[in-house]
Design a protein around this ligand. Structure first.
Ligand SMILES: [Zn+2]
Length: 322
């Protein structure tokens, strides 16, 4: 039986930063450490970086290795069915399938789990964030793309091949623009930060007046700032984003009837400007019985969800096997 007393290590392998945290059993980060990811390096170099990061955080936190329960690693991209190898990662160009879970477990002689980062973040919110104690939860991370994580009956739903939860590729427009995935009219094309910026540029090109100009560097954050200052063009584009998200969420509610839907990612900085039109759209279109007890909330863990969730996934796995 595993020893479940002590601390967990959670790792968030991002294309820009490689972040680690010492996490307690209540889902709080006690120490953190991060380094720049050597994203263009070969897989072995990156896996070495991950091991160095783990060694460094154990040293910095001054915790005896015997006080560490294990290591959870959250990674973007495709993870094999067994949860042992990152097969492909969009942010790590030269990554080839190497058994990273085994490498870490053997190097530190500790249990390790490997989880998709969107799944890990969803588990983090369920364990210690906006969806605490919820039995079912769906998380949408609105960033460059739209990530999704689904928890049903207190378990992550990974699908047969570990690729479930691709909510960003839910088609909401049959004749919409083609998405990177090959499908048309995916919600990601409209309501990711990238999608919203694209629609805003189009609006400016059509001659709509705004505080932001065509040649400015336009980001979702700047659109939000302009909206807060009363810019009508920016307000209308955020409102439209809320409308598109509302349509996708109606589909999710009809299929899963989840207890909580958590929205995360940089775009939730728009707050009520995004939430209100989204809820109006949902209320107008949803089956009342499917929606009546569902809560839609913003993430509480923010960018820490990945670290906390990876640690939580490890704890959950050990508890199951204990
Ligand atoms: Zn798509």
């Amino acid at each position: 039986m595993s020893n479940l007393c002590g601390y967990l290590i959670g790792i968030d392998l991002g294309g820009t930063n490689l972040k680690a945290g010492i996490v307690d059993r209540g889902g709080r980060i006690l120490h953190r450490f991060s380094i720049k990811t050597n994203a263009d390096a070969e897989s072995l170099v990156i896996s070495q970086q991950i091991c160095e990061l783990i060694a460094e955080i154990i040293k910095n936190a001054r915790i005896e290795k015997s006080g560490i329960i294990g290591i959870g690693l959250g990674s973007p991209g495709l993870i094999d069915k067994q949860g042992e190898t990152i097969l492909f990662s969009p942010n790590l160009s030269k990554w080839r399938d190497i058994p990273i879970k085994r490498i870490i477990a053997e190097k530190f002689d500790l249990p390790c789990v490997l989880e998709n980062d969107a799944n890990a973040a969803a588990w983090g919110e369920k364990w210690a964030g906006a969806g605490k104690n919820a039995n079912s939860l769906v998380m949408l991370t609105l960033g460059t793309g739209i990530g999704g994580g689904i928890i049903l009956d207190n378990k992550l739903w990974r699908g047969m091949n570990n690729v479930a939860g691709e909510i960003g590729h839910m088609s909401i427009q049959t004749d919409g623009p083609q998405c990177n995935c090959g499908n048309y009219g995916c919600i990601e094309v409209y309501a990711s930060a990238t999608g919203m910026v694209k629609r805003f540029r189009k609006l400016l090109e059509s001659g709509k007046a705004s505080l932001l100009k065509k040649d400015d560097e336009i980001t979702a954050k700047r659109i939000n700032e302009a909206a807060v200052q009363g810019d009508e063009a920016a307000q209308s584009i955020i409102e439209e984003t809320g409308y598109y998200l509302g349509i996708a969420i109606v589909n999710i509610i009809h299929i899963l009837n989840p207890e909580v839907i958590v929205l995360a990612g940089g775009m939730i900085g728009s707050g009520e400007l995004l939430m209100n039109p989204m809820k109006r759209t949902i209320e107008k279109r949803v089956l009342k019985a499917s929606y009546k007890d569902t809560k839609i909330v913003f993430s509480q863990l923010g960018t820490d969800a990945g670290i906390i969730g990876a640690a939580g996934c490890l704890l959950k796995e050990l508890e199951i096997s204990a």
